[in-house]
Write a protein that binds this ligand. Sequence first.
Ligand SMILES: Cc1cc2nc3c(=O)[nH]c(=O)nc-3n(C[C@H](O)[C@H](O)[C@H](O)COP(=O)(O)O)c2cc1C
Length: 165
Amino acid sequence: MDFKELVNSRYSVRKYEPRKVEQAKIDYLVECATTYPSGRNGQDAELLVISDDKLVSELKDNLRHHFDASLFFIVSYDIESAPRFGRTDASIMLTYLMLGATSLGLGSCWTASYDENLVKLLLHYPPNKRIEGILVVGYKDSSASPSEFHENRDKTKANIKYNEF
Ligand SMILES: Cc1cc2nc3c(=O)[nH]c(=O)nc-3n(C[C@H](O)[C@H](O)[C@H](O)COP(=O)(O)O)c2cc1C
């Protein structure tokens, strides 16, 4: 699959099979996550992988959007030590994870619909950490399909200019 095919085949998946993602695929995604470029090579994004059944269940109880996925990648940064690039680095890591998941035939959805303090409390994050996003990952349910938003790229296209803003 070339890059364009990869990005075209990705969409936010909001329905998953209960089937768990194999550890080898989790390892592959973690490898993908570690290759992202970062501001000043500070590598300020932090990744917490949640795959343990009990933790997955507890986490789902505390997320507004989880779509019954079986695997969660929580990406954070330190607001004290990485105020300049932490957020950007975390977004790039999330993007790498998202496209890595697509390349494995897995579905994913970036979610920002959670009470950050609640998630931090549950997973024992120190106060100086900011959770930039949570990527829910799993095997797509056979009935999963792109939402109407997926095709709605008009604004993105209008935002592209050449040679002059
Ligand atoms: C920063 C960010 C936050 C998002 N938060 C949510 C969310 O909380 N819940 C959700 O269902 N989708 C969320 N999404 C997915 C977007 O709604 C989705 O990417 C967009 O509508 C385009 O659809 P597509 O991903 O299917 O192409 C988020 C995406 C990004 C990049």
